[in-house]
Design a protein around this ligand. Structure first.
Ligand SMILES: Nc1ncnc2c1ncn2[C@@H]1O[C@H](COP(=O)(O)OP(=O)(O)OP(=O)(O)O)[C@@H](O)[C@H]1O
Length: 252
């Protein structure tokens, strides 16, 4: 197995209060992995660590030769400032920053690529709309269009199917499966266990630490889900600070 992502005793947190504890394990290149767990289990925190927004308090995350900026990241839509005055076209175009640069203009090819990405998610005709005018489902489609443009080997999706209708979910899960077929590594934080069982071969069940990690059917047992709930309820958010070892503390 070639590891695309590896966690070595990773603890992540805020203001030095740990939120994800002592995670060890590897994600093989080409995996399609669901990350599940109760509210507050640490799924978003783990993703922020993977994409380099949060630096581990202890331990290390290695990215199999990639840099954090090479990962395509779809944040929870609540983390997007919808009041920011930007059009759908320009927002999706930020997916090309790695190639165009932040201040680079968008050439003909880039504009065509943006148009194709918008068409692929069913947002033809939305180019000039301000992002603040989109419905929840249209917003998710737009975020997927940006991920499409990034053309990344690793894709991290934080609750990509929350509060969207069945048709939008089906369209977007088809894109996820397409990325998997292209042998990209895809991680998604999800709450819908039926969707996880139907589409995700592997699952990490998180409750501040790993409760179970492996083939989905073996992970999503009633006992494991109960244990995850118990662990989250028992967790003390004011828990003591982890000892920081600067030599081992880095997001690769
Ligand atoms: N920016 C922050 N500052 C301080 N604490 C935070 C911050 N973000 C998250 N936390 C805390 O870290 C813990 C894990 O939160 P996180 O958002 O990672 O969980 P989650 O599994 O993604 O939850 P949900 O399913 O509700 O989205 C929670 O106790 C949360 O309050």
């Amino acid at each position: 197995m070639t590891a695309q992502l590896a966690f070595q005793n990773v603890t992540l947190g805020y203001d030095r209060h740990p939120a994800v504890h002592h995670l060890n394990g590897e994600i093989a290149a080409g995996s399609l992995l669901a990350v599940v767990g109760p509210n507050g289990a640490g799924k978003s925190t783990l993703f922020r660590g993977i994409v380099g927004i949060l630096k581990p308090l202890t331990g290390a995350i290695t990215l199999g030769g990639l840099k954090a900026r090479d990962i395509a990241y779809l944040p929870q839509s609540v983390d997007i400032d919808r009041t920011f005055p930007i059009s759908v076209f320009d927002f999706v175009g930020t997916g090309l920053w790695r190639t165009t640069g932040i201040f680079g203009g968008l050439g003909k090819k880039a504009r065509e690529q943006i148009g194709q990405a918008l068409a692929a998610v069913g947002l033809n005709g939305f180019e000039n709309r301000n992002i603040g005018t989109l419905s929840g489902g249209q917003m998710q489609r737009m975020l997927f269009a940006r991920v499409l443009l990034q053309d990344a080997r690793v894709i991290v999706l934080d609750e990509p199917f929350n509060a969207i209708d069945t048709k939008t979910s089906a369209d977007l899960i088809a894109l996820v499966r397409h990325w998997h077929a292209e042998k990209r590594t895809v991680l998604a934080a999800l709450h819908d266990m039926e969707m996880v069982r139907a589409h995700f071969p592997e699952t990490l069940l998180l409750a501040r630490g790993s409760v179970a990690w492996g083939p989905t059917q073996q992970v999503l047992t009633a006992d494991n889900l109960l244990e995850a709930r118990r662990m989250c309820e028992a967790f003390d958010d004011g828990a003591g600070t982890c000892v920081v070892d600067p030599a081992h503390s880095r997001a690769a």
